[in-house]
Design a protein around this ligand. Sequence first.
Ligand code: NDP
Ligand code: 8X3
Length: 252
Amino acid sequence: MCRRVFVTGATSGIGKEIAISFAQYGDNLLLCARREEKLAELKAELEADYDVRVDTFTLDVRNREEVETKVPQAIKAFGGVDILVNNAGLAQGLDDFQDSSIDDAVTMIDTNVKGLIYVARKVLPFMMEQNSGHIINMGSTAGIYAYAKGAVYCATKAAVKTLSDGIRIDTIATDIKVTTIQPGIVETPFSEVRFHGDAQRAASVYAGIDAIQPEDVADIVLYVSNQPKRVQISDVTIMANQQATGFMVHKK
Ligand code: NDP
Ligand code: 8X3
């Protein structure tokens, strides 16, 4: 059966591969992010390759008013929602906490925590109304294991895990499922964003590691979404084979 899947942060990396995986599976997609031209490119690519409907809209998840206006409008125009993948997120900076930028901290908290809450809060009424749905939140191994110079990013991802658990508790009387996906090191533009565009420093993060690829995470998200009604996968943690904990990697 064709599902209605809403993915935030679909213009790059993991979110983009998740959109492609669901399209390959035959699901209709509602996609958002800030970059309009990237959304348009992805929509054209998916509609050319697969027989699915793809709706897109620009959204900055940090902007509460924008989320509260645009998300319900987009869902209504799309015809409802069965699955929300709350993927939009980022890291900014890699510095000892005492030297770290407060602006970077605010951006991470506004995006990864407040943005996720704004979106989930606007999607849930549709799921409550139909007594079904699946919220898949993108956490991280960073939310389980704090690592040096990443205190705020790690804290935001710990918050994602806690929010998922709390939403699962509060919606227990419904058939809604909630899952946290916790990937380790995935090779995407994530590090380039973290280092404010320093591509060389970003490449060094993945040097000597056979990092997880975004399509590996997308496969797992699809698997999680394809369980029978009675099965709810609460959490999935995915490490690179050369990774032991959050940032504890063995480089070759
Ligand atoms: P990318 O930088 O490749 O993708 C991030 C996506 O989030 C982009 O589509 C970006 O779109 C979107 N985004 C960022 N800020 C906003 C915003 N304010 N409003 C709306 N969309 C936004 O990184 P990844 O694919 O790696 O990251 C995706 C998620 O996975 C994040 O939550 C990240 O924390 C998490 N993660 C990443 C890991 C990794 O190692 N790469 C591991 C574990 C988790 P646009 O710029 O167009 O708005
Ligand atoms: C992103 C993975 O290890 O760079 O969440 O923090 S890591």
